[in-house]
Design a binder for this molecule. Structure first.
Ligand code: MSP
Length: 523
C-alpha cells in the first residue's frame, strides 16, 4: 500500500450451494474498502472467486446426479451473477478449477516437496468432515468431539498423506505475530490465535486420497489430490503470479469471517514462509493484514442448514428492491459484525436504520438544501461569503476527510461511513442555527442566505464523496445533480484530496432538484 497499490481479497466461496448473506456481506465490505482506496488514489486490485474442489461440492453434485464440475459450474455461475447484480467492483474472479490456478498450485507443491516442508506420512486424528479439517486432540476434547460449526460428531480417521510441516513454524509464527501486532485483527482474534499456537502445532495434511478424484492431482503422485484448503489458500497467490501482476504481491488485506481464521492466520503465513524459502519464490512475503469479522445471525437465531434459516439471495434482493442496493450496503456496513462480535439481521432494525440515517438525515438534508437553493437562489450555487456560522462547515469537512482516511488506514470501514454521515449532520446543525429559511424573508440578507447555502451544498458534495464507497449509486446521482463527474469517472489526479478540497463547487453551478434519493419508509 505504501507504493500506492492496494491488493485486497475475499475468501473464495464454496460452490456446493448458492450464495447467502455471509458471502454477500464479506464481499460488500471488500467492495467498500476497494472503492475507498480507489477514492484516495490507490491502484486497487480486488479479488474474489470460488473454491471448488471441496468434497462437499462433489457430494452435493452426486446427490443431484451431476458431475462435480457440472454442479460447480452451476453455482460458480450463481456467485458470478449475484456479484454482478450487486455491482461489486472486483477486478478478477478466480475459480480454483481454472488451469491458471491448478497449474500454479502444482508448481508450489512441487517446490515445497523439494524443500522438505511437504513429506509423506501417516496420520490419525479427529476429523470434522463438514469442514474438511482435522481438529487437534486437545481441542477435540474441549469440543466434546463435536464440530463447532455443524454440531456433528467428529470422526476418528487414519490416512497416509502428504503433510505440511506446520510444527516447524511455531516459533516463526509467534515471532511474526509479536513483531506485527496488526497482522491479525481484531485484537480479540489475534489473542485467540496466539493462544492456540502456544498450545502447540501439529503437522497438517496437504493431500487427500480416496474414492473421489475431485481435486488438483498431487505432483508426482496422482493417487493423491491437493488438500482443498491448501489449494484454496493458494488462490491469493496464483492469480497475481504472472509477469503483469507479480508486483501486486503481497496482499494488503485478506478479509475473512472468524470461521476460517486458523487457516488464514496460522496455516497461510506458514505456507507463505515455507514457499518464500524456495528458489525463485523469494518475493513471496507475508500479507499486511488478516482481518476476521464476526457472523450475522437471523432475527436472533444462529443461521444453519438444519434450521433452513439462512438469509438467502431472494431475501437480500427483496431488501434491495424495496430500499435500494445502497440501503442494503449501508445496513451491512454500519450494523454488521465488523468487529469481534456477531450482529443480528432484523427487519425492524433495517427499517429503523434506513429511516434514521438515509431518509431523515442524508436524503432529507439534500432535499432541504436543493429546495432552498431552488426557492431562494434561482436553483444555482451562490457566491461563498460570510454568515454567522462561517468556517464551521469548511472545518467540519476537513475533519471528516481526515477521519475518513484515518479510519481507512485502520480498516475501520464503519468509521469511514460515519465520517461522511456526521458531516451531513453538521450541515443540518448549521441550517438549524443560521435559519436561512427565516433570513430569506429579508431581502437585505440575501447574500448571507446564498453564503449559508453555498457552504451547505459544498459540504454535502464532500460528504457524498466520503459516502460514495458505501452508497455508490445514490451519491453519484446526487453528484450528477451538481453537474460534477461521478467518482467512478475520476482520473488519476482526481483523488479524494483534490476533489474534497473546500471550494470545489463553482458559484453558479446549477443545483438541480430531483426525486427523493431515500424516500422515507412507512409501514
Ligand atoms: N472456501 C472456504 C474459504 C477458502 S478461502 C481461501 C469457505 N467458504 S464459504 O463459502 O464457507 O465462505 C465462508 C465465508 O463466508 C466466511 O469466512 C465469511 O466470510 C462468510 N460467511 C459465512 N457465513 C457467515 C455469516 N453468517 N455471517 C457473516 N459472514 C459469514 O469457508
Amino acid at each position: 500500500m505504501a507504493d500506492g497499490r492496494f491488493y485486497i481479497t475475499t475468501p473464495i466461496y464454496y460452490v456446493n450451494d448458492e450464495p447467502h448473506i455471509g458471502h454477500v456481506f464479506t464481499t460488500t465490505l471488500v467492495d467498500v474498502a476497494a472503492r475507498a482506496h480507489r477514492l484516495v488514489g490507490d491502484e486497487v486490485f480486488f479479488l474474489t472467486g470460488t473454491d471448488e474442489h471441496a468434497s462437499k461440492v462433489s457430494d452435493a453434485a452426486l446427490e443431484r446426479g451431476l458431475s462435480a464440475q457440472e454442479w460447480a459450474d452451476v453455482n460458480a455461475g450463481r456467485f458470478r451473477e449475484a456479484f454482478t447484480s450487486y455491482r461489486f467492483s472486483n477486478d478478477d474472479f478466480i475459480r480454483t478449477t481454472e488451469p491458471r490456478h491448478t497449474e500454479k498450485v502444482q508448481e508450489y507443491m512441487a517446490a515445497l516437496l523439494r524443500s522438505g516442508d511437504l513429506y509423506e506420512g501417516e496420520y490419525e486424528g479427529w476429523y470434522d468432515a463438514g469442514e474438511e479439517e482435522y481438529v487437534p486432540d486437545g481441542r477435540a476434547r474441549e469440543l466434546d468431539y463435536k464440530s463447532p460449526i455443524s454440531g456433528r460428531e467428529l470422526v476418528r480417521r487414519k490416512e497416509t498423506n502428504y503433510f505440511f510441516r506446520l510444527s516447524a513454524y511455531e516459533d516463526f509464527l509467534l515471532e511474526l505475530l509479536d513483531e506485527n501486532p496488526r497482522l491479525v485483527q481484531p485484537d480479540a482474534r489475534r489473542n485467540e490465535v496466539i493462544g492456540r499456537i502456544r498450545e502447540g502445532l501439529q503437522d497438517v495434511p496437504a493431500s487427500r486420497t480416496g474414492s473421489s478424484d475431485w481435486g488438483i492431482p498431487f505432483p508426482g503422485d496422482p493417487e493423491h489430490t491437493v488438500y482443498v484448503w491448501i489449494d484454496a489458500l493458494f488462490n491469493y497467490l496464483s492469480v497475481v503470479d504472472t509477469d503483469a501482476r507479480r508486483s501486486l504481491w503481497p496482499a494488503d488485506v485478506h478479509l475473512i469471517g472468524k470461521d476460517i481464521l486458523w487457516f488464514h492466520a496460522v496455516i497461510w503465513p506458514a505456507v507463505i514462509a515455507a514457499l518464500g524459502k524456495c528458489p525463485g519464490y523469494e518475493w513471496v512475503t507475508q500479507p499486511g493484514l488478516i482481518y476476521a469479522h464476526g457472523f450475522w445471525i437471523n432475527e436472533g437465531q444462529k443461521m444453519s442448514k438444519s434450521l433452513g434459516n439462512f438469509i438467502d439471495l431472494a431475501q437480500l434482493d427483496g431488501y434491495a428492491e424495496r430500499f435500494g442496493l445502497d440501503a442494503l450496503r449501508w445496513y451491512l456496513v454500519t450494523q454488521g459484525p465488523l468487529g469481534a462480535n456477531d450482529s443480528d439481521f432484523a427487519e425492524a432494525r433495517f427499517v429503523e436504520v434506513y429511516n434514521a440515517d438515509l431518509a431523515n438525515t442524508l436524503g432529507n438534508c439534500i432535499n432541504r438544501v436543493t429546495n432552498m437553493t431552488g426557492r431562494y437562489l434561482g436553483g444555482s450555487a451562490a457566491e461563498p461569503g460570510t454568515h454567522p456560522d462561517s468556517g464551521v462547515l469548511e472545518r467540519a469537512a476537513g475533519e471528516a476527510v481526515a477521519r475518513f482516511t484515518e479510519s481507512l488506514d485502520r480498516f475501520a470501514l464503519a468509521g469511514c461511513a460515519g465520517a461522511g454521515m456526521d458531516l451531513v449532520r453538521e450541515v443540518d446543525a448549521v441550517i438549524e442555527r443560521t435559519r436561512p429559511f427565516a433570513l430569506a424573508k429579508d431581502e437585505a440578507r440575501a447574500p448571507e442566505v446564498g453564503a449559508i447555502l453555498y457552504d451547505c451544498a459544498e459540504a454535502l458534495r464532500i460528504a457524498s464523496l466520503l459516502l460514495w464507497p458505501v452508497l455508490p449509486q445514490r451519491t453519484e446521482a446526487f453528484w450528477e445533480r451538481l453537474g460534477a463527474a461521478a467518482p467512478r469517472e475520476f482520473g488519476a489526479a482526481d483523488t479524494l484530496r483534490s476533489q474534497a478540497a473546500w471550494g470545489g463547487l463553482a458559484p453558479g453551478t446549477p443545483i438541480a432538484k430531483g426525486p427523493a434519493l431515500f424516500p422515507r419508509h412507512q409501514d
